[in-house]
Design a protein around this ligand. Structure first.
Ligand code: FES
Length: 160
């Protein structure tokens, strides 16, 4: 891993990539999504503060456990004055995300348990296939295999 001298307070995108393990394209994506920020040099090159390393580590750790980027961004935005998350922040946020993860694990367990029914089947029935309709979302609102709720007649005639 490349070492960055202590006196260097800003990192190029390549240095941030090498130190964080995130691809340059991922860093650009994080920046576009408002998860990290940089300043531009007179030559229009990105420079990141050293704090960006901790923010990228935070984002990657959260992503690894399946937290959506929008949720991560909201969590970072809650920190006072866009402070970089510290150990206490991570502990607090990971506690808050635990129930979300528990629910996701429960859903995945259900899918896994029913997967053997689907192997070699291919029907993808909305009535019986748990992969096709894992939460039976349509069964609660309507019968049959309709994916879209009925639209008012006024809207249907405007399609013609
Ligand atoms: S594909 Fe037929 S039950 Fe899932």
């Amino acid at each position: 891993m490349p070492q960055i001298p202590e006196k260097v307070h800003e990192l190029t995108v390549g240095q941030l990539s090498a130190r964080s393990g995130a691809a340059v394209s991922a860093l650009h994506f994080y920046e576009a999504k408002g998860l990290i920020s940089s300043r531009r040099t007179s030559g229009n090159q990105r420079r990141y503060s050293r704090d960006a390393l901790r923010r990228v580590a935070f984002v990657r750790a959260a992503q690894r456990v399946g937290i959506p980027l929008a949720t991560i961004r909201d969590a970072l935005a809650e920190l006072p004055e866009e402070r970089t998350p510290n150990r206490d922040d991570w502990a607090r946020l990971s506690r808050a995300w635990r129930s979300e993860l528990d629910e996701r694990i429960r859903q995945l367990g259900r899918l896994r348990d029913h997967l053997t029914d689907c192997i070699g089947c291919g029907c993808l029935s909305l009535d019986t296939c748990v992969l096709s309709n894992p939460d039976d979302v349509f069964g609660e609102r309507m019968t049959g295999s309709r994916l879209f709720p009925e639209r008012p007649a006024r809207e249907r005639t405007s399609d013609r």
